[in-house]
Design a protein around this ligand. Structure first.
Ligand SMILES: [Zn+2]
Length: 112
């Protein structure tokens, strides 16, 4: 495991991240529902996705997106696969709902 990965894992498990005002605001704004498929607990596990790591450790609300674990896995896998492309995730006001299986086609992708 790299030093960066260890730092990431430590932060994601920290109270600083759990209690981050931006994280809590994003959870509140999303109603605790996945921004892509619209599902929530207890049906699915809810996670907060970093749209960018530019402010990692001091995130802004717009840096974060509420996703269920299934959609989060799809997004993360797709971002890794398409390192030279930017996955276009919904903005806060976007009400589209996509299922994880069709999420990539639903969201769209632009070249970086
Ligand atoms: Zn979802």
């Amino acid at each position: 495991m790299t030093v960066a990965r260890i730092a990431y894992e430590t932060y994601i498990r920290s109270d600083a991240w759990r209690n981050s005002p931006s994280r809590l605001l994003e959870l509140e704004r999303s109603g605790g529902l996945c921004r892509l498929c619209g599902r929530g607990q207890p049906e699915v596990r809810i996670e907060i996705h970093h749209r960018t790591y530019a402010n990692f450790g001091n995130e802004r609300p717009e840096d974060l997106t509420t996703l269920c674990s299934a959609c989060h896995a799809v997004v993360t896998d797709e971002l890794r696969r398409r390192r030279v492309q930017i996955l276009v995730l919904p903005v806060l006001s976007d009400t589209r709902r996509c299922l994880p299986e069709t999420a990539i086609a639903c969201w769209g992708v632009i070249d970086a």
